[in-house]
Write a protein that binds this ligand. Structure first.
Ligand code: ARG
Length: 276
């Protein structure tokens, strides 16, 4: 029963992304199969190398698995543009959100683009580039919920994606025993639909996707401040960091990032997200 509704949810989610035109990422997803034919291949982050990106593709429109079973979305497109500028080949690995920073630290991946919010605690573990977009935490509730604002969350069961800022903020504000962690947003939303939790706290753009894909849910705005999304790179990977940061600055200046965001979040759709 639970399995069924999760499967249905992801089908509806995929369907709604098709309807809203979010299916068309044109990222290059490759496996490491070449690049050994020429000289010096030892330095990560240099021309001709592979840029290994990690993400958690349950977060539309920033990242989701498309109908071709590939990771698509704003972050995949931005990463493709960065890789292009650096003359690198992009390889995307989909993993748990809370595995992303450990994967950077263990050199399993080179870069995270995952709608990841710049946060002081994370910044002690990894380096963040300039921000490329913003988000804000919102509350998803059933349409007939008695929750009308963050003040009403006291004592409620709150669903979050493990390790996200929604998780951290709710744990701080309402206490760990009231915060139910899920591997991803769609699983939290499935639990909300099943009545196992009272609300889901998650970033606004994925929230809009989840609510559009499911009957009977609505979004409450919160008073939380805007969050800045940025790419994260391992502390010791300073050469790659400089290259990627410069690339992001250029892609912001020449309008590439704004047009990628506009492609997935048309501004006439009433989005609050903007290129940072
Ligand atoms: N912005 C939030 C954070 O950094 C949530 C990001 C979740 N991203 C994802 N790809 N699932 O914690």
């Amino acid at each position: 029963m639970k399995k069924l509704s999760i499967a249905m949810l992801s089908m509806v989610l995929a369907g709604s992304m098709l309807l809203t035109g979010c299916g068309g990422g044109n990222t290059e997803q490759t496996t490491t199969d070449e690049g050994t034919d020429s000289a010096t291949t030892e330095t990560a982050g240099t021309e001709g190398g592979v840029l290994r990106m990690g993400t958690n593709a349950t977060f539309p429109p920033y990242e989701y698995v498309d109908e071709n079973n590939e990771v698509a979305g704003i972050d995949a497109d931005i990463a493709a543009a960065i890789a292009d500028k650096l003359g690198m080949e992009l390889e995307i690995t989909d993993m748990a959100f809370d595995s992303l920073i450990p994967a950077l630290q263990s050199d399993t991946i080179d870069i995270v683009l995952a709608g990841m919010t710049v946060d002081p605690e994370r910044a002690e573990q990894v380096n963040f580039t300039d921000s490329y977009a913003t988000g804000v935490q919102v509350i998803i509730v059933p349409e007939d919920s008695d929750i009308a604002s963050p003040d009403d969350l006291e004592g409620k069961n709150i669903g979050v994606q493990t390790g996200t800022t929604g998780d951290l903020q709710c744990t701080d504000a309402y206490g760990q025993e009231f915060v139910k962690q899920f591997d991803n947003g769609p699983l939290a939303v499935a639990a909300l639909l099943n009545g196992q939790i009272d609300c889901v706290v998650i970033d606004n753009e994925p929230a809009k996707n989840y609510v559009a894909a499911n009957e009977g849910l609505k979004i409450l705005d919160t008073a939380y401040a805007d969050e800045d999304y940025a790419a994260a790179i391992a502390k010791e990977d300073t050469e790659l960091f400089e290259q990627v940061n410069t690339a992001i600055q250029e892609l912001k200046e020449d309008g590439t990032i704004a047009s990628i965001i506009e492609k997935y979040i048309p501004s006439d759709g009433g989005s609050e997200d903007t290129a940072a």
